[in-house]
Design a protein around this ligand. Structure first.
Ligand code: HEM
Length: 282
């Protein structure tokens, strides 16, 4: 007989108090009470509560993805490409959940959204420091977003750390260079605090990997793991764009952008651009 069934708690960890009578271990271990206190709607709309909860879920998943990216980056630095690919594959699983969670958001109709949209004020996803840290960790240090983040760097240390650090892609290219592939020196020595720009020499390197996968099995797996990450990120952006069109049409965003038009231009961006370009010439 397990401890919980002896207590008559029907196996639910939340129903089993600690011996000292404090919060049940399930609640105190992960601070579930605090977590639930964080969702505070400002209107009576039940849809607003769901909107806040799904936003929380997405933020937490951004962090899961970022944690795995950070692991993958360290593993590449210590020349453990298989471990790095496993970390990236875990990140991709979290990205799939991120994508699936849009389905809960789109259960809301546009008129329901408008019953509470005003209380958002100027709040916007553009201000998500975890999302921005994730973009930085993958190499998108777009000068406009960097400028927007400058005043927040001390408040959110993860942002400063990511701005200064080599991205996952920088580490991947260093790994390839360390394996004797001709990654141009100016790419390996670039200023990692700047936006990554596509380089024809890097495209040639990826082409050589895809043209002879048998000779470069680890590099080929790395290329596909990076491509899948980038693909999933673009799917998230494209789905967000459609959610915005479904909820708002062409209304401007609360963050001060034109809304759809601005998001469409963001959708054009691809992480690890040479991996996409190489496909045309393969
Ligand atoms: C009804 C649902 C949503 C609508 C209508 C919406 C609308 C918008 C709009 C119009 C923008 C452009 C910036 C602005 O002017 O505000 C934006 C950006 C953004 N939103 Fe949403 N959003 C929704 C849900 C979410 C959720 C749940 C998340 C995740 C927590 C999210 C994350 C983002 C991010 C990260 C950006 C910035 C993208 C970038 O800078 O690349 N959005 N959103």
């Amino acid at each position: 007989m397990t401890a919980s069934s002896a207590d008559g708690a029907a196996g639910c960890p939340a129903a089993r108090p600690d011996r000292d009578g404090a919060a049940p271990a399930y609640v105190s271990y992960a601070r579930m009470d605090t977590l639930h206190e964080l969702a505070v709607p400002r209107t009576e709309s039940p849809r607003e509560l769901t909107f806040i909860l799904i936003s929380h879920v997405k933020e937490l998943l951004f962090r899961v993805v970022h944690t795995e990216i950070d692991q993958a980056r360290k593993q590449l630095r210590s020349r453990r490409p298989q471990d790095a690919c496993a970390s990236m594959e875990r990140a991709v699983r979290a990205q799939r959940v991120l994508l699936a969670s849009w389905d809960v958001m789109t259960a809301m109709t546009p008129d329901e959204f408008l019953t509470f949209r005003d209380v958002l004020g100027t709040a916007s996803g553009t201000q998500s420091f975890m999302y921005r840290a994730l973009e930085f960790s993958l190499g998108n240090k777009d000068p406009h977003s960097v400028r927007d983040c400058l005043s927040h760097l001390d408040r959110y240390p993860v942002l400063r750390a990511e701005l200064d650090a080599p991205s996952l892609y920088d580490e991947a290219l260093r790994y390839l260079g360390g394996n004797g592939l001709p990654v141009p020196a100016h790419v390996l020595e670039r200023d990692v605090t700047r936006q990554y720009e596509a380089d024809p020499g890097v495209e040639e390197v990826w082409l050589s990997v895809y043209r002879a996968p048998g000779r470069h099995p680890r590099e080929h797996r790395l290329a596909e793991a990076l491509t899948e990450l980038s693909y999933q990120f673009s799917l998230w952006r494209a789905n967000h764009l459609l959610v915005v069109e479904r909820m708002l049409g062409s209304k401007p965003g609360t963050g001060g952008t034109s809304g759809l038009g601005w998001l469409r231009s963001i959708n054009e961006h691809r992480f690890f651009p040479e991996l996409w370009a190489a496909r045309t010439r393969l």
